[in-house]
Design a protein around this ligand. Structure first.
Ligand code: UD1
Length: 389
């Protein structure tokens, strides 16, 4: 019996987001797909990996993301439970909507889960931000990156080193396409809308007469399990931050994982001093405003290493490695790990005016999503018809 051909070449592009760092990557892609001639219809699937209002809803508003067409509402869980639950709930979505392809971004559990489901059903997968490698398999994101890139059909990259990484894993060069950085598309599109730092602090209940940011401040974020899940790692890190805050006031936007662990380990006194302002997870426009005016950023985030490079703000990355080496080679990033000496040295250099200035990497020009839509539209239009038996 002849079956209806599927996956369809004309079905929608199913765009998947799950966690906070996916949202700023997907917003420009959705706009570019809609603006493409002929327009490429898309559906937005949210797996529900992140669900708190300040990890989720606020960012949708800031980034002018449409409400998801489908929400899988998986919530939190162990990696196995979260990944399995996304897979189980994503499969019927593919059956119902018959997409022309699935587009995933970044390296979170939802990225891998949806890629696995789609590729086993013969639905093409496009991975945006492919080929980044920390070469540290203790990071869950590294596992997600390696596996997603092995099975996705189209690999859109942000820097040329990604192509070397993919080649090393035996991936054919014809699958990889250097398009630039969609996260920087979002940054450039929203820079003019950034919320002034004083406003974000005031909204966070910080007393601005006691916490004066007019003479400079640093921004801190921490959420990597390797930094925050173990008291022996988190405690000394918070002690260093407390000491640095005596020289430069610090604004610490707390991820729910980190907040929970600080309380659980009894470390709250280390962050409840006069020179550290603790804020809830910030909206996109608030964080953009805070970073743009900061003297420096201390973080273990992947995205903020790139955003600070694009903004020309020095960044000290509290990790031993980075999957984004261009931010070190060309940008403003320095790896300092959790080493007190390295952190204090790099901090001192920035405070004495010798921080890295860097330059903006190739194709981080605000048009990466446009290039993705152009390539994907062409690829879908010329894809050979699929078998119908
Ligand atoms: C996830 C991503 C990480 C990304 C980060 C950004 C993976 C493997 N990790 O890590 O790459 O940098 O998002 O934030 O996909 N929680 C809430 N509310 C929420 C979401 C989470 O309270 O909206 C709490 C839950 O207790 C949960 C914990 O935070 O157990 C961790 O959330 P999870 O999504 O598992 O991983 P992240 O640490 O956020």
């Amino acid at each position: 019996m002849k079956r209806d051909p599927w996956p369809s070449v004309r079905g929608p592009v199913l765009c998947v987001v799950g966690a906070r760092p996916n949202f700023m990557k997907m917003a420009p892609i959705l706009r570019a797909l809609a603006a493409h001639e002929p327009s490429l219809p898309s559906l937005l699937v949210h797996t529900g990996q992140h669900y708190d209002a300040d990890m989720n809803d606020k960012l949708f508003v800031d980034l002018r993301l449409p409400s998801p067409d489908i929400n899988l509402e998986v919530g939190s869980g162990t990696h196995a439970v979260q990944t399995a639950e996304v897979m189980r709930r994503f499969e019927p979505v593919l059956d119902a909507h018959r997409p022309s392809c699935v587009l995933v971004v970044g390296d979170v559990n939802s990225t891998l889960a949806c890629t696995l489901v789609a590729s086993k059903k013969g639905v093409p997968v496009a991975h945006v931000e492919a080929g980044l490698r920390s070469y540290d398999r203790s990071m869950p994101e590294e596992i997600n990156r390696v596996l997603t890139d092995q099975i996705a059909d189209l690999l859109y990259t942000t820097e040329r080193v990604a192509h070397d990484n993919l080649a090393r894993e035996g991936i054919d060069a014809s699958r990889a396409h250097f398009v630039g950085n969609v996260m920087i598309d979002s940054l450039l599109a929203n820079r003019g809308l950034a919320v002034p730092p004083q406003e974000s602090l005031r909204r966070g209940g910080v007393d601005l007469s006691a916490f004066d940011v007019s003479r400079g401040y640093g921004v801190v974020t921490l959420h990597r399990p390797s930094n925050v899940d173990d008291a022996a790692a988190l405690g000394p890190l918070l002690e260093v931050l407390r000491d640095l805050s005596e020289r430069l006031p610090l604004v610490f936007a707390l991820h729910p994982r980190t907040r929970g662990n600080i309380e659980r380990f009894g470390l709250s006194p280390l962050v409840s001093g006069g020179s550290i302002a603790v804020l809830p997870p910030q909206g996109y426009l608030e964080m953009l405003g805070l970073m743009s005016h900061a003297s420096l950023v201390l973080t273990d985030s992947g995205g903020m290493q790139e955003e600070t490079t694009a903004l020309g703000v020095p960044c000290l990355t509290l990790r031993e490695n980075t999957e984004r080496p261009i931010t070190i080679d060309q940008g403003t990033n320095t790896l300092v790990g959790r080493d007190r000496g390295a952190i204090e040295r790099a901090f001192g250099e920035i405070m004495s005016g010798h921080g890295k200035r860097g330059r903006v990497p190739e194709l981080w020009d605000g048009r990466a999503a446009e290039r993705i839509a152009a390539h994907l539209g062409d690829w879908l239009a010329h894809r050979p018809a699929l078998a119908t038996t």
